[in-house]
Design a protein around this ligand. Structure first.
Ligand code: GN1
Ligand code: MG
Length: 363
């Protein structure tokens, strides 16, 4: 087993002699391994198996990440930053100069290992503030990237597309779950028009597309031992989009007092301290480049991404649970109800959330 990994590692242009391989995490999407090297002056590496079922064009994916990390590295140099190897991911190419290795079955890539980096799964306002600054800075670095960044998952955060998938799932009613869920269908349908307003604003040229991270969870920010942000990681979904999407997904995942799939719906409301801290951090680094219309719509972004996730979970439920891993047969329905509850809480507190955003836009 392990020999197989040493063979893989040998395809990459690394320094030093690999003498240990350990699983870093068995994430839902990619598998990651730390490759240790014998020599004290050689770096360690991170080997990843890319999920080719989700990321179908690996060459495009790796080109995107190379453009993004090279651009950020240039920005860090201009700023006079030190320790740059720990402040952005660095792709290690194969010996033949390619950005990934295909073994006939799986796609692999190598990064420099960021030593001493830590990530957190549990949110606090302090982490939310730092993450907000980090994701705002990340978007800021990429506002002038010269290369075209492609969509690694087409229509990923496009609500019009997600609604089309939902209507199609209803028409097909593959597993006969439509009739008994009319209440949820009504909740989705009555918001559909409003939720597509950002798409319309993009078409009208009012809302710009920028480069987004598209997986803005607190555990995608790496911190050093002193609690300072090192960098933003998990760059597979970096693509064009509206900033409301990155803001909204952080709020959806971080500013929920319950769980994403909580059965106890009364536990779910907005975590205001996290909302405020994230908004504070994000606007600190992003308000210099954001347009007024983008800031105005941040609370809408939180609703949009929560609505989108409601639609995605429910569509998967109607399709017979093909996309998200489930732990029991009504799991996607439970997730749908939990996301819908968070959406209702975001709606109920709209004015309060808008006031928080207002407060930090002028500070
Ligand atoms: C998936 O696997 P994870 O948690 O990183 C999904 C996100 C959803 C999330 C919902 C590529 O992300 O878009 O918001 O589940 N990622 C993909 O839990 O579809
Ligand atoms: Mg992820």
């Amino acid at each position: 087993m392990i020999d197989k990994y040493f063979d893989l590692v040998n395809n990459f242009d690394i320094q030093g002699t690999p003498n240990g391989i350990a699983v870093i995490s068995s994430g839902h999407i990619n598998d990651s391994f730390r490759v240790k090297t014998k020599e004290s002056d050689a770096p360690d590496y991170m080997l990843q198996r890319i999920n080719h079922a989700i990321f179908k064009d690996v060459e495009m994916l790796q080109n995107n990440i190379q453009h993004v990390t090279n651009h950020i590295r240039r920005k860090l140099k201009v700023k006079g930053e030190t320790d740059i190897e720990r402040k952005t991911l660095t792709i290690v190419p194969t010996k033949g100069g390619k950005l990934f290795y295909f073994d006939g079955e799986n796609y692999w890539r190598m990064y420099l290992f960021i030593s001493g980096g830590k990530s957190y799964d549990a949110i606090t306002p302090e982490l939310a503030y730092k993450a907000g600054k980090a994701f705002g800075e990340f978007q800021g670095y990429l506002t002038d990237i010269p290369e075209k960044i492609e969509d690694t998952i087409p229509n990923f955060h496009n609500i019009e597309f997600r609604l089309e998938e939902f209507y199609e799932a209803m028409r097909n009613d593959k597993v006969g779950r439509v009739a008994e869920n009319q209440d949820i269908i009504t909740e989705i349908e009555r918001r559909a028009e409003e939720m597509c307003k950002a798409n319309r604003m993009v078409r009208e040229g009012l809302l710009p597309k920028r480069i987004n991270h598209c997986d803005t969870k607190v555990n995608n920010v790496l911190f050093d031992n002193e609690g300072n942000v090192l960098c933003v990681v998990d760059l597979d979904t970096v693509m064009q989009g509206i900033v409301l999407s990155d803001f909204g997904d952080f709020i959806r995942t971080g500013a929920n007092t319950g769980d994403e799939d909580d059965v106890e719906l009364n536990k779910i409301t907005v975590n205001f301290a996290v909302f405020e801290a994230y908004t504070h951090g994000y606007l600190k680094t992003a308000k210099g480049f954001l347009l007024p219309i983008e800031i105005d719509n941040l609370p809408f972004g939180a609703r949009l991404l929560t609505y989108m996730q409601t639609v995605r979970f429910f569509t998967d439920y109607l399709n017979g649970d093909c996309y998200y891993k489930i732990h029991h047969h009504r799991h996607n329905l439970q997730r749908t109800k939990a996301q819908l509850k968070l959406l209702q809480e975001l709606e109920r507190n709209q004015d309060k959330l808008a006031a928080i955003v207002e407060n930090y836009r002028t500070r």
